[in-house]
Structure formats: structure tokens, C-alpha cells
Design a protein around this ligand. Structure first.
Ligand code: R5P
Length: 297
């Protein structure tokens, strides 16, 4: 007999998917992936539920996307009527325009492909630069854009910073989260001026900023090369900041960026578990479970 609601996940997200499943009171099934010597994958799903949630953080996404599509096909073939993708980190959202002739608009192409497979897509703070909302990216699919800002603020509250601590955003895009977190913590905030000149070449300033040793907490949606955060740390130190902390939603981190961030002089780096990483301190399971309650009705 097919059950009404179930959740399945690949190995790379399995530990976190179990926490989510237990909050929903359902079982987390593990999808098996066998990679053949030629690099192709054989994907084997568990028996589906009528509504099956597929939990899949889409960092380093190229192979994951192929396996996700194969799993979705298999689940439909085995009788799933509704498929819900939970991708706490949603890939390819930044390339929303062809900046040079011939460039693929990856956001459009990947979102169309995901929309072919899923009835609902749930993600957290997708990096939408020039796109007004997630429903513009998925015009014909249910799409939930959740924010980690309240979860980050709740975590920082427990750290018991003094009231002169400053919440810092490296650029104007981070203002949406920084402002919300500062309001929740009843702290002042500061936004930097950033210019990106290349993948690993970032210039960042805090014009006119003078600090007198207070703690600062830099908040951003993504750390990838780490250059944005490193430049922000340098700017804050030059301005007279005391201890510097970093809170980030998506810990994409390239190989050496975490070491470089610590070398720049940060006290602690905290991330949400949207992507499994050693810096994960903030669970998104409560946020995701709340959004998925409607699937239980
Ligand atoms: C960009 O606008 C984002 O909000 C992040 O600041 C950026 O993706 C971080 O990238 P990186 O760590 O490579 O500087």
C-alpha cells in the first residue's frame, strides 16, 4: 500500500534529511547511486509515497542534477503522484543573463529542467540578482523562497553579544538579511560598498566608518572563494573593529577559503546546514519542516 507522504535523499544529504523527516514524523529513504567505470550513474530509489519529498542540496551540482532527474523519473514510474524538491541551496541562480554573446542563461535553463520534474520546489535564500522573485524563475511551478535570516538571528542571540555589536553586510544585496537580523537583535548595522572584478578579485570598502573595538558580525548569503568576506574583514579591522564573526547561509567554500578567512583574523565562522560543511551551526530543519506541513494535509 502506498503511504501518503515520504522523503528520500541521496547519500550527500542523508544525515540532514533524517532530521527533517523526523520533524515531519516520516521515514527518510536512501537513494542508491552506483557510478559505472564509464562515469554514468545507476540510480535506484526506494518505494515512493504518494507525495514524495526529495531532499537534495544542490551545491557542486553538475552530477547531482543528472542523478536528481533520474531519481524523479524513477519515483514517478513507481507511482509517486506529487514530487516536492527540497533544495536548501539552489544552484545556477546567479547566471540570470547572457553577459557576453553566446553565454547560456543557466538560471532559465536549469529552472525549466527542474520544473519538468517537480510539482513544488522549496529553497532558502536563492541568489536572485536581477530577478524579482522565485515565482519569476518558476512561473508554472509552486516555488517557496524561504529565508534563513530569522534562524541566523536566533542563533546569534544565544551568543549574547553586547548591545553595541554591529551587524555588517558586505554589499547592497546583503542588506535584506542584515537589516532583518539587526532589527531582531536590536543592533546597528553597516553595509559595505563592493566591486567584483573577477572570480577571486573583490574590492570592498566601508567609507567613513570608524569603530571603537566593538564586535562585528558579517552576514552574507554565500561564501564561495571567500574573497568577499576576507575583504570585509580587512576593511573592518582597518576601521577599528574588535572581534569579527561571520554568519553565512550557504557554505559553498572552495578548498582553501575557510583557512584564508581564519588567516584574515576572524574569531568564528557559522553557517546554516543548507550545504553540509564543518562550519554548520544553524539548523534549517525547523524552517523546512514548517514549510512542508501543508504536504501532510
Ligand atoms: C554576491 O553578491 C554574494 O552575495 C556573495 O557575496 C558572493 O557570492 C561571495 O562570493 P565569494 O566568496 O567568492 O567572494
Amino acid at each position: 500500500l502506498i503511504s501518503p507522504l515520504g522523503l528520500q535523499s541521496f547519500d550527500h544529504g542523508y544525515a540532514l534529511s533524517k532530521e527533517l523527516a523526523s520533524r515531519l514524523g516520516i521515514h527518510a529513504g536512501l537513494i542508491d547511486v552506483h557510478v559505472f567505470p564509464d562515469g554514468e550513474s545507476r540510480v535506484t530509489v526506494q518505494p515512493p509515497a504518494r507525495t514524495t519529498i526529495l531532499y537534495c542540496p544542490l551545491d557542486h551540482p553538475n552530477a547531482k542534477l543528472v542523478e536528481l532527474g533520474l531519481a524523479a523519473e524513477a519515483l514517478r514510474g513507481e507511482g509517486a503522484e506529487r514530487l516536492v524538491l527540497v533544495a536548501p541551496y539552489l544552484c545556477y541562480m546567479r547566471q540570470d543573463r547572457a553577459f557576453h554573446p553566446g553565454e547560456a542563461v543557466a538560471q532559465r535553463s536549469i529552472s525549466r529542467w527542474l520544473a519538468c520534474h517537480f510539482d513544488r520546489i522549496i529553497t532558502v535564500d536563492p541568489h536572485l540578482h536581477r530577478t524579482s522573485s522565485l515565482s519569476t524563475v518558476f512561473p508554472e511551478t509552486e516555488a517557496d523562497n524561504l529565508s534563513a535570516a530569522a534562524s541566523i538571528a536566533a542563533f546569534v542571540v544565544h551568543k549574547k553579544f553586547s548591545s553595541d555589536a554591529l551587524i555588517v553586510g558586505p554589499d547592497s544585496e546583503s542588506r535584506q538579511w542584515v537589516e532583518q537580523i539587526a532589527t531582531q537583535l536590536n543592533c546597528a548595522f553597516l553595509i559595505g560598498e563592493k566591486k567584483r572584478l573577477g572570480d577571486r578579485d573583490v574590492r570592498l570598502e566601508f567609507p567613513g566608518c570608524r569603530l571603537s573595538g566593538q564586535s562585528t558580525i558579517i552576514v552574507d548569503d554565500i561564501i564561495s572563494s571567500g574573497q568577499t568576506i576576507i575583504e570585509a574583514i580587512k576593511g573592518l579591522k582597518a576601521a577599528g573593529a574588535g572581534d569579527i564573526f561571520v554568519a553565512v547561509t550557504h557554505a559553498l567554500f572552495s578548498d582553501t577559503s575557510l583557512e584564508a578567512i581564519y588567516a584574515a583574523g576572524v574569531r568564528e565562522v557559522w553557517s546554516t546546514d543548507s550545504i553540509p560543511h564543518s562550519t554548520n551551526r544553524i539548523s534549517l530543519a525547523p524552517l523546512l519542516a514548517a514549510a512542508l506541513q501543508t504536504e501532510k494535509q
